[in-house]
Design a protein around this ligand. Sequence first.
Ligand SMILES: Cc1ncc(COP(=O)(O)O)c(C=O)c1O
Length: 431
Amino acid sequence: MSKQHMASSSELYQRACALLPGGVSSPVRAYGAVGGEPPVMVRGEGAYIYDADGRQYLDFVQSWGPLVLGHAYPDVVQAIIEQARLGTTFGAPCEGEVTLAETVHELTGIESLRFVSSGTEATMSAIRLARGATGRDKVLKFAGCYHGHADHLLVSAGSGLVTFGEPSSAGVPKAFTECTLVLPLDDEAALCQLFAEQGHEIAAVIIEPIPANNGLLVQRPEFLKTLRRLTRESGTVLIFDEVISGFRIAPGGAAEQLGIEPDMVCYGKIVGGGLPVGMFGGKRALMNHLAPLGPVYQAGTLSGNPLAMAAGQATLQALRSLGGWDRLEQLGQHLERLVGPLLAARGYSLVRQGSLFWMNLQAGEPPRCAECIHEDSAARYRPIFHSLLAEGIALAPSAYEVGFLSLAHTEAQIDHFAEALGRALARVPAV
Ligand SMILES: Cc1ncc(COP(=O)(O)O)c(C=O)c1O
């Protein structure tokens, strides 16, 4: 079955480090936060991935979300092969983008949308569009929400108070983030005050409706409803960044689950079925500001790429025909039933939304804002992570990242995970 690889995982990683900074193409893949060397993968099938040494891992990362059907799902592979035979890119309108747009519209109700090649491009373009359409410059984001790596969104917050964007990456000029405001999540009072003072100057608010990039910071619906009300009253474009939650939480994403209609949405990950796709969309009147219809420029050589469209279409079709959303919820409930008590016995807790889960390694109520996560969480996570990895179970190499279930996972695999987690938890102190 598995192809023989001449180079070991460790050899490949050393070669990677010689040419790729940190040995990776994206920093979250490095093991800086947990220590050690990441295994180099050569193959994935269903819920499993395999490294160059032939080691098998039960994978709860699933490429950080896109693989809702698991690795190398046969229909997706077939769709990619068939499209590859017909051509991989045309630089002209293609059938695949029309069919995928129609499927997205049917599932989500989004009136008008544009495909891009990553979540970063989706959020960056949505914000440009909101600024172009409103004629305003300021943008509000929330501490702990990640929206990709566009300069003006790489901003962290001081806790408690609204901060004017301090870049959180070197190489981002202060001037680029001066129009980015940051507030803590879960704080209606701060939100109301900001909108009372500056609402009419704010082009857009961008938020992950289910913040899943700094732990899983499930928001109170009232907070999100207040945000919807204030943005509507001030003519501010409300953007839901559903790059993780889109097509995972429900056919219409978190917006559908919450019953809140944003003005725009950004999708990524699942919509590309494991190939590089992002998408942003919303009301037609707003989207018509985009070139070629309107003055807001946005473009991409490989946008709407036929291969990626085929993978996305096959993924959404399978999700639909398998009743994917109910099944993901079932699997999530199973995991919660087993893992919740294990964590609770140590004073910790499991946070779960559908097929997303996060181990909250601190006592008390699960946090709802980034500032509420105790810094000891990272040290507690390390031995758990390595104990699981040694048993062939792959979680994200960071205490702040969520786990992903896919339709390829089974109850038996989740049982296996829970047993291994029980052994791993014995290695960390209870709180
Ligand atoms: C909520 C959210 N928005 C945007 C992005 C950026 O997407 P990409 O990595 O495809 O650029 C991510 C990536 O994880 C994300 O989680």
